[in-house]
Design a protein around this ligand. Structure first.
Ligand code: SAM
Ligand code: 2KA
Ligand code: SF4
Ligand code: MG
Length: 215
């Protein structure tokens, strides 16, 4: 279907990674290539620990946007009327679901024309197009990572069998471990702290938005 399927769009603070704390519009695309998003499929999916509802287009400011201009216009409205003045600091985070299923050059151009810096959260199984200002790749065990360069590699941990030593040879500026949220969060946090203490190249990333009560 033509256009872009968007689950939701909202203004918040980037909660994770090296851009933590920045004001950002979040654009959450619908759909993912590693999970259907249905609970009955979770156990057999390629990615089994997802914390996000990305099914459908029924969220705040969600919908089927017919073209890049319409989507960029809504994103700009969510940033607010000072976007032009604040252009150097206006951040949009493209996430999902898997944003690289839908992101294309016309949307990158339209967002840039509005003054946004573009960040992406991706699972790394699809190559990123040119023109993205900040690439965060978060590998999932058992998947083939084709996007082996970017700004930060954010590994949700623990994922037994994920070869983090191999990832260290990839072309990223920052290497992060993020505790897997779920019933065992306490234990996964401890595992991440232990990991960083043993591997000083890696830094801890926490999902700060869940602590401070923003989306
Ligand atoms: C919902 S995903 C969407 C973007 C993309 N599909 C991906 O996986 O990177 C956004 C970020 O949340 C992370 N994430 C998903 N579920 C998580 C969980 N249960 N605990 C911690 N991080 C999680 C992902 O690894 C990714 O870095
Ligand atoms: N505040 C906030 N920060 C985030 N960083 C990455 C997120 C994501 O779901 O991609 C996320 C999110 O859902 N909310
Ligand atoms: S790849 Fe990302 S969006 Fe897809 S199921 Fe995993 S964490 Fe969720
Ligand atoms: Mg999230």
């Amino acid at each position: 279907m033509a256009g872009y399927a968007v689950k939701e769009m909202f203004l918040t603070l980037q909660g994770e990674g090296l851009q933590i704390g920045r004001r950002a519009v979040f654009l959450r695309f619908a759909g993912c290539n590693l999970w259907s998003g249905r609970e009955q499929d979770r156990a057999t999916a390629q990615c089994t620990f997802c914390d996000t509802d990305f099914v459908g287009t029924d969220g705040d400011n969600g919908g089927r946007y017919p073209d890049a201009a319409a989507l960029a216009k809504k994103a700009a409205a969510l940033w607010g009327e000072r976007l032009e003045d604040e252009a150097g600091h206006a951040l949009i985070v493209l996430t999902g679901g898997e944003p690289l299923l839908q992101l294309d050059a016309p949307l990158i151009d339209a967002l840039k024309a509005r003054g946004f810096r573009i960040a992406i959260e991706t699972n790394g199984t699809i190559a990123a197009p040119e023109g993205i200002d900040w690439i965060c790749v978060s590998p999932k065990r058992g998947t083939e990572i084709v996007q082996r360069s970017g700004n930060e590699l954010k590994m949700v941990w623990p994922q037994p069998g994920l070869d983090f030593r191999a990832m260290e040879a990839w072309n990223f500026d920052h290497f992060l471990v993020q505790p897997m949220d779920g019933p065992a969060l306490q234990a996964t946090q401890e595992a991440c702290i232990d990991f960083v203490l043993r591997h000083p190249r890696w830094r801890l990333s926490i999902q700060s938005h869940k602590l401070i009560g923003v989306r």
